[in-house]
Design a protein around this ligand. Structure first.
Ligand SMILES: [Zn+2]
Length: 142
């Protein structure tokens, strides 16, 4: 995951340890905006809680939604603001194609849900249709 490694590099406070990272590159721009805001908060929290530094442990797609999990200590107003910013990013992700970052909406793809733009919405469905189409040609020829 070199892409994710490049993404986390500018945020040494937020990404102090290992991160469990499983989400599509379409969400990287909104994650970058989120981390831009969280990094100074993590640096500030680290001063008050040096033995429990605030950091991101997991960035993942769960049931079609973005989830950002953070561990560590933070004073109450910082903590509240941090959770609000994460929630905002998670809401934005629900309207953002996970593949390309274009505006999208939640779609069902092969039984699971994921936000996709119109161009990426029916990729799975198209593959199925063309297979069925081939079969019907075979049947006609035989
Ligand atoms: Zn897309």
């Amino acid at each position: 995951m070199s892409d994710a490694a490049d993404l986390t590099k500018p945020y040494p406070n937020l990404f102090a340890g290992d991160v469990d990272w499983t989400c599509g590159a379409g969400w990287y721009p909104l994650l970058r905006r989120l981390f831009d805001q969280l990094e100074p908060m993590a640096a500030e929290a680290r001063v008050s809680f040096p033995d429990r530094p605030l950091h991101v442990v997991q960035v993942k797609q769960k049931l079609g939604g973005l989830r950002v999990y953070v561990l560590g200590g933070a004073a109450e107003p910082v903590r509240e603001k941090l959770l609000a910013l994460i929630r905002e990013a998670e809401e934005e992700a629900e309207r953002t194609c996970e593949l390309c970052g274009q505006p999208g909406s939640m779609r069902e793809l092969r039984g699971y849900y994921t936000p996709r733009c119109d161009a990426h919405a029916w990729r799975g469905a198209q593959a199925k249709t063309s297979k069925r189409h081939l079969r019907s040609i075979d049947a006609g020829a035989g």
